[in-house]
Design a protein around this ligand. Structure first.
Ligand code: NAP
Length: 294
């Protein structure tokens, strides 16, 4: 297996990068994951050198700048990581005959639509982060039309603590109140489902824009309540608030639900939450099974 061309994963230590490493290990896919020090996606020489050295059959770009509110004042860095990086990767993949999988966001949409956004619906971002992702999509597909661009949203998983569902569960278990927006409707995404399906699409040679999120649109407050209910915890700690009450720097679409012209590829949010809780229990047990060890 090690003699075969690898998948090259960028952003090795992030949520998505770690999840790709884990799933590739579970599925027996030969993968090489590099962090920013080994591969800075926005540095042309760094990208060229990594692709030349590792000769991947495909690059999975799990790197990115995800701090949506900070991006409003830190736009140069946001565009560097989110737009320049994917563009450089697409150029290197085109030059070396490699496929590219990169990730975009529901925040490319303005929220004016009243039904789930499909891949062909017009994108009009409301904030710097969304704009950086839309520019990346356009640059990648112009340079490498066969690239796979996955729009996704609102990650949750027990594989790390950097997500909304983890924070909601932690607050409820500690008896703390948990405020959550009740006027933004979105599509929660269970990271293992996203990674497995994105890998399936990559292996199948899928190209262009694809929307991948679990089925079951909800507000953030509804997601918190659903997570607590699934865990058998008291939902009373969830305090629904209008988004305006949080004083966020970035404007967000009131509705950014992802539908797909390709059909519903991921299962329900409830199914994702049940597996999130099962993974939590396995990871907390004294001897987690080998497939869950990071
Ligand atoms: N999280 C979500 O809910 C969500 C929703 C929709 C789409 N996405 C997209 O999914 C992708 C991954 O998100 P994530 O949540 O996994 O983010 P994350 O946990 O913040 O990880 C991002 C990783 O990218 C690395 N990185 C940033 N700039 C880099 C560069 N120039 N070169 C190499 N590595 C770089 C970071 O490294 P450092 O630690 O060194 O900065 C970090 O390890 C992003 O494209 C994001 O826009 C995420």
């Amino acid at each position: 297996m090690a003699d075969s061309q690898p998948l090259l994963i960028t952003g090795a230590h992030g949520t998505l990068g770690q999840a790709f490493r884990r799933v590739c290990r579970i599925r027996g896919l030969h993968a090489m994951a590099l962090d920013r020090a080994a591969l800075d996606v926005a540095d042309a020489a760094s990208v060229e050198s990594a692709v030349r050295q590792h000769r991947p059959w495909a690059v999975v770009n799990a790197a990115g700048y995800v701090r949506v509110d900070e991006a409003e004042a830190d736009d140069a860095r946001c565009y560097r990581e989110n737009t320049v990086g994917p563009r450089r990767l697409a150029a290197a993949c085109a030059a070396h005959g490699a496929q590219l999988l990169t990730f975009s966001s529901d925040l490319v949409f303005d929220g004016q639509q009243a039904e789930p956004y499909r891949e062909g619906d017009p994108a009009r971002p409301l904030n710097v982060y969304g704009h950086s992702k839309l520019l990346a999509e356009q640059a990648v597909l112009a340079r490498l039309p066969a690239a796979l661009v996955v729009r996704t949203s609102a990650f949750f998983s027990a594989w790390d603590e950097h997500n909304f569902v983890h924070h909601a569960l932690a607050a409820a278990r500690a008896g703390r109140p948990f405020a959550a927006a009740d006027d933004l409707v979105m599509s929660p995404t269970y990271v293992p489902d996203l990674v497995n399906t994105a890998l399936d699409l990559l292996l199948d040679g899928a190209r262009g824009r694809w929307h991948l999120a679990n089925q079951g649109p909800c507000t953030w407050a509804e997601l918190a309540r659903l997570a607590l209910r699934t865990a058998g915890l008291d939902e009373a700690c969830v305090q629904p608030r209008p988004a305006a009450a949080f004083g966020w720097a970035a404007q967000r679409p009131r509705y950014s639900v992802l539908g797909s012209a390709h059909g519903a590829l991921l299962p329900s949010v409830e199914s994702g939450l049940q597996r999130h809780l099962k993974d939590e229990r396995l990871l907390q047990s004294a001897n987690p099974p080998a497939v869950l060890v990071g």
